[in-house]
Design a protein around this ligand. Structure first.
Ligand SMILES: Cc1cc2nc3c(=O)[nH]c(=O)nc-3n(C[C@H](O)[C@H](O)[C@H](O)COP(=O)(O)OP(=O)(O)OC[C@H]3O[C@@H](n4cnc5c(N)ncnc54)[C@H](O)[C@@H]3O)c2cc1C
Length: 370
């Protein structure tokens, strides 16, 4: 039961005001479906409020456009800073209003949902909840013997006899690392991008990649960006043909925007996994060693939904199980921006853009029935 019978009844709640939450909010608005859009941080843009502005998005600009507002740039690609500005314009264009509120728990109550917010005693009831909370809040931390588990900035005194450690989600460009020895742990997209950026700035980073090493894909094939092929495949391949892709946590290779050339020129050094750290001294599995002032953990991010109870079904990798963007266990609960929530591309901007109008149609139909 709801704790307050007099609580205002709103029909749709959207949690998260990143690209996914904004896209679904805009699509619902265009269908004249009122929705409440909340985010635990101030303003719109989600992860793009924090992603380092000079970083160039891996996907070409044409795949980052959201429904209802063209995105044009001079070149084929866009930086995170330019995209942040686009998201701001997007909110203004669609007159999106974001309330600052953090969802703590969602419970099923018959056909509806009772939602608890941080700092609020009463729960509010909704017919439909759309989860668009992204993955930026949950960095994966590498467990390496001897590596301090304290994030950069939390205790800079550590720098005296241990390397300072930061996660790639806190990366703000190479300038502050000038003249310092930097180790990047990881072998996929973020590691490749950060290493290239360091090399372009004249730093000589070392990349430590376990297993088969750094995973690189060419940026272009037959004169076209690799995303043209990937999205063709991911956008339309039915999930039942995708095997285990949707059940595991895939890591994407980095686009080769100079990495290979830098490596050949000696501007980026690649090593295997780190066995352990003794102070600033890293021992690699191949027996080599090195001294490092900074360690960047480009070890990825994970989707987590701590506000959903265990009865909401999830894949073995922990992603909510959905079909057509709707939870398989709780009808009326929708996911946008999550892996495989509608197609193989659902977690990417291109997928968000395609999913939002379809999910908005489904929500409209559901509301007409209940
Ligand atoms: C460094 C980096 C580069 C990327 N590059 C690309 C790229 O080139 N192309 C591409 O397609 N994708 C890329 N991505 C994938 C990325 O996940 C998407 O681009 C996009 O950020 C997803 O948008 P979102 O709205 O799903 O999530 P987010 O942008 O993460 O927004 C989620 C929002 O939900 C809010 N929230 C979370 N929990 C709660 C809660 N309990 N209550 C209230 N609010 C909450 C958060 O505060 C946040 O504002 C990249 C991601 C990263 C991290």
């Amino acid at each position: 039961m709801l704790e307050s019978p007099d609580a205002p009844v709103e029909r749709v709640l959207i949690i998260g005001a990143g690209p996914a939450g904004m896209a679904i909010a805009a699509c619902l608005k265009l269908r004249h479906v009122p929705a409440r859009l909340v985010d635990r941080q101030e303003g719109v843009g989600g992860a793009y409020q924090h992603i380092y502005g000079n970083m160039t998005l891996a996907s070409p600009t044409k795949y980052a456009e959201l429904p209802g507002l063209p995105l044009r740039t001079r070149g084929e690609y866009i930086t995170a800073g330019e995209y942040r500005a686009y998201l701001q314009r997007y909110a203004e264009h669609h007159k999106l209003v974001v309330e600052r509120a953090e969802v703590e728990m969602i419970a099923r109550e018959g056909e509806r949902f009772a939602v608890s917010f941080a700092g609020q005693a009463e729960r509010l009831s909704y017919d439909v909840v759309v989860v668009a909370t992204g993955m930026f809040d949950f960095p994966k931390w590498a467990e390496i013997e001897g590596l301090p588990r304290i994030r950069f900035g939390a205790d800079d005194a550590l720098g005296s006899d241990s390397p300072l450690v930061l996660h790639s989600s806190d990366w703000k460009g190479p300038e502050q690392f000038r003249g310092r020895r930097i180790l990047i742990v990881g072998g996929a997209t973020s590691a490749v991008e950060i290493a290239e950026e360091c090399a372009r700035a004249g730093l000589r980073p070392t990349v430590s990649a376990r297993g088969k090493g750094v995973r690189l894909s060419p940026q272009r094939i037959l004169g076209r960006d690799i995303h043209d092929f990937a999205h063709l495949f991911m956008g339309w391949l039915p999930r039942w043909l995708a095997g285990s892709y949707c059940d595991r946590q895939p890591t994407l290779p980095g686009s080769n925007r100079g990495f290979q050339g830098f490596r050949q020129a000696g501007a980026i050094e690649v090593r295997g996994a780190v066995r352990r750290f003794v102070g600033k001294h890293a021992e690699f599995v191949d027996g080599k060693t090195g001294e490092f002032d900074f360690v960047v953990l480009a070890t990825g991010l994970r989707f987590e939904t701590p506000y959903l109870p265990p009865e909401v079904s999830r894949t073995s990798a922990g992603y909510p199980q959905a079909a057509g963007g709707e939870s398989r266990s709780w009808p009326g609960l929708y996911f946008i921006g999550f892996p495989c929530s509608r197609s193989l591309a659902s977690e990417f901007l291109r997928g968000i853009s395609r999913d939002a109008p379809v999910v908005a149609d489904r929500i409209q139909q559901r509301l007409a029935k209940v």
